[in-house]
Design a protein around this ligand. Sequence first.
Ligand code: GAL
Length: 873
Amino acid sequence: MKNRFLILLSFVLIVGRDAVCANTSMVRERININRDWRYQIDDPDGVGAALHYSRLKPYLLPCANDFIIFGKRYQRPEGNPGENIAYVKSDFDDSEWRYLNLPHDWAIEGPFNIDYNGSTGKLPYWGIRWYRKTLELSQDDAGKQIYLDIDGAMSYASVWCNGQYVGGWPYGYASFRLDLTPYIKAGQKNVLAIRLDNPDDTSRWYPGSGIYRNVWLVKTSPVHVEQWGTFVRNQQVDSEIAVMEMGVNIENHAGKDVQVKLQTSVYLQGKDGRPVGEEVTQSMIKDIAIKKDSWSSARFQFKVDKPKLWDIDTPNCYVAVSRVFMDGKEMDSYETPFGIRTIEFTHDQGFMLNGQKVAIKGVCMHHDLGALGAAFNEVAAERQLRIMKEMGANAIRTSHNPPAPELVALCDRMGLMMQLELADTWQKGKRKNDYNLLFDDWSEADMRSLVRHYRNHPSVIMWSIGNEMPDQTTDQGVIIARNLTAYCHDEDPTRPTSLGCNKRDAVFRDIVNQVDIFGLNYFHKTYPVFKEQNPTRRYHASETSSATSSRGEYFFPVTTDVNNSRSGFQLSSYDMTTIGWGCAPEVQFKMNEEYPFMSGEFVWTGFDYLGEPTPYNKDLTNLLNFSDPNELEKARKELEELGKIKTPSRSSYFGIVDLCGFPKDRYYNYKSYWRPDVPTVHILPHWNWQERIGEITPVHIYTSGDAVELFLNGKSLGRREKVHSYDRLTWDDVRYEPGSLRAIAYKNGQKWAEELVETTGKPAALQVTAEKTELKNDGTDLSFIRVAVVDSQGRVVPRSKNHLKFSVTGPAEIIATDNGDATSLLPFQLSERDAYNGLALVILRSQYMKQGKVVLTVESKGLPKQKIALKVE
Ligand code: GAL
């Protein structure tokens, strides 16, 4: 299939500039319809079979009106599936159904069940659910095109409008559009009914459930810019000028052939993602002919003088506003945020951004937001990114699926690079009901959608066509990789494709030639072998480390023996042992330095996530990570043993920060190495070891300095110098005595940073700190509030587990609490929980359209009650 943008209608170099207003015209509206939905569990009795995917498949079209999608004209069969089902009918009385707002993840509401396997997060995500909503359209909407844009529904979504089957999309991570126009009526109430059928055993991690991302109603005139129908790319970029090429696809539903004019104005992008300031440049294309029920492409160039480049530290973006005119009347106004920057992966020096070498300091992230589950919330997502960026991360891999659109926009604005990934499997599954069921029918549409959706975003630096697919070593895998890469290149010739491979053999097979940059998951020891095998091949470290730890847990003696590093389903934060295929952060840092051609790394993972609580995870797919037969056998035995016991762990231990976003010790290892210019020195462990007086209690230090002197109760325990920038400094023979540990770090002979860790007294008070004290009254704004159990001098008491109770007054509610303990099976929605190693988290959400003072009170037996005031405006 030829890309539509290659079909050249008009090609002009723009010189003139007319002043136009940047605002969107009235002809396109994009309305968020997250509020006021009704929700119900299960089908009405006896109708399930009629709505099975196998029956609906022919109707599950991206658009209902036979419009061309990704170059194919779909023929929709006659008929109206589900027409006799009460739930789809306009006059069905849903007033008894539960009322809620989207985004909604039903499974995060629990209950947890210890008997579910680890990949589920111990949460019940499977099942059939219905959502209904009434939409009121005004008479002015007559004659418009009306689209429903669903950013993500988990999964197998089917949509009816006024009792008529519209279509759907099965992949739960896909964003998709349905055309409601044939079914919806202007000037009256309309009813949307959405059925989800989320199978069990779909995923190696917690997939979530429900309509868990934003939902939009888009109203346009019949002649309008296609969904994701623009593409801006560089032709030439230097500090003086950027010559950009833009393509705009325009659809015609006017019922006749039309002629339109397209005017595109470029502005800088403001903080809200919208255009700001003076117009930077403008282009105009006249006489674009579009046949009835078809589309046309316009392609043109524009120049930006002294372009403000998008970079990690200066994430400048622009917005192109494309306006379509017909017979002098404005028909559409469509905004395309984009950035100007160049990217290149080289076979020897790794990755270049704007011509400068940039080591990728990336983190893999799953899509859940901890205690909020999969239900997307922009404030929570931004917080995750902020915490990662503060640590020094400069890239995110959306493992192993397409992201929420807002996440990509946030990365654009925050200066984080992205690798966006299609799926965790191709034709051969890892779980019974994973993407293998959809691959043959949907992978082209899912791959093309992903690329088309995000190809204007400067943050995106590559497309990943998959992760650790079992078919990576088969002949069929080669064909699949070739096809997926071709779809990506067809939609976007500017970015390379990659994949994450975990089979050593794959590197020596033809699959290696089917992507632009071959992604190696782990295999840090074998980089030189791969390099030797093909010195000019481009590789990158798509997944690294997989270190596991629990915040604030330490076990003794500290050795590299895995059995010494675990207890009570918690893992030592000394980070001396790793799972079979992983390595400690500094081992990977060493490889990154020695082999710059690998471009840096994407660490598994930035945040802890729900599901996959390795090593307390009985998932047999873990065995796929072993190539060495001895290690494989050892891992098989461990899994067998694990199979005999009940494991409470419901979330991962891989995170550099815990599920709450509280840093583990590892965080300071990354921060020290990734931000060498920021003074950091971090001591571990804590110094409350009353039971260890006189016993060897090793002290380890991460620092961005080059030497540290450590003092115990004022007495120097010696100065240690780093040999390599990634070294951790260790004092392994320290005998514990209560008191203080002071570390003074030096850099280039000068004092650089200092840290004091003291033996604390008993819990005496609660310290409550809100990350944000002023909330918007939009019903979605959040404040993350950290509660610490402290002693009489305000020092966090490390091993405290005090039971905490939370209550709130005013226009906000507690929507979740957590403490970072991967083994807790208490509902996240509960307003009480134990502190875990001194800390807990409360997440407050503002109430819709209410204003006023909010007071959160935290109580704990034997401690003075503590309050914090916030404001909702
Ligand atoms: C990788 C896999 C990830 C995660 C990780 C845990 O092999 O791609 O999804 O399972 O292992 O170490």
